[in-house]
Design a protein around this ligand. Sequence first.
Ligand SMILES: N[C@@H](CCC(=O)N[C@@H](CS)C(=O)NCC(=O)O)C(=O)O
Length: 266
Amino acid sequence: MLELHHNAASTCSQKVRFVLAEKGLDYVSHEIDLIAGGQHDPEYVKLNPNHVVPTIVHDGKVIIESTLINEYLDDAFPEPPLRPEDPVARHAMRMWTKRIDDKVHPMAGVITFGIGARPLLIAQGQEAIDEALAKIPNEAQRARRKSVIEHGVKAPEMKTAIHAFVDMVNDMETSLANGPWLCGEHPSLADACAFPYVMRMDHLAMDPLFAPDMRPRVRDWYARIRALPSFDAAVTQLLPEFVIEMFRSNGAEVWDDVKALAARRA
Ligand SMILES: N[C@@H](CCC(=O)N[C@@H](CS)C(=O)NCC(=O)O)C(=O)O
């Protein structure tokens, strides 16, 4: 039996739900409200001491860290395989997942909280913001979150964040010259890992950065991913339209600043 502790809008949860769907695996769903602080619930922290989603529990065994969860699922449920057999292609796949975990994911927090969710958080008042910040165990993450809630798109962290996303879509554009998916002819864990971040750009109205005249292969790859039934199960069925609309309108408000930061990297 598989249980998944997750959140509809969380990028790391989306990539795990995509893999669960690709493998046709049913799971018992435990949704964690990240705005209300469900990730800090002492019972949940016993499962995930990092206070983050996702976590899976498989026949009583607790598995954390989204990329490692996806590798675990591919080990435990090998069909269909989501890692290339060829060692060089498998290394390329792991380069994508590592780079996204190390460089892109921390910056996704910057654009999400500094652009998409910022007005909602500010509306909750400073006391609620301070209380939520105090609960974040990772010091660097706490400092980044504080800065972007205070300064929004003008926060010093925003430049590095936008550049991490521009670098990602640039390198995707190059890789996708070799095939329809990031590591060849079939979707792999690299695609599962990358799509939530490209989607986050889309939801924050940053999609001109992969417009047909700019990064057409990324554009086509994103359309290809969205056409898969697993995308529907992992995202469309769970992520409320009002969240996407809120992100998109908050993103559109600051697009000129984002565009200026992106132009310095493109
Ligand atoms: N390295 C972790 C990162 C997980 C992570 O940062 N999850 C975010 C949602 S995508 C979260 O739970 N954030 C809680 C918070 O910001 O307080 C993984 O890959 O599982």
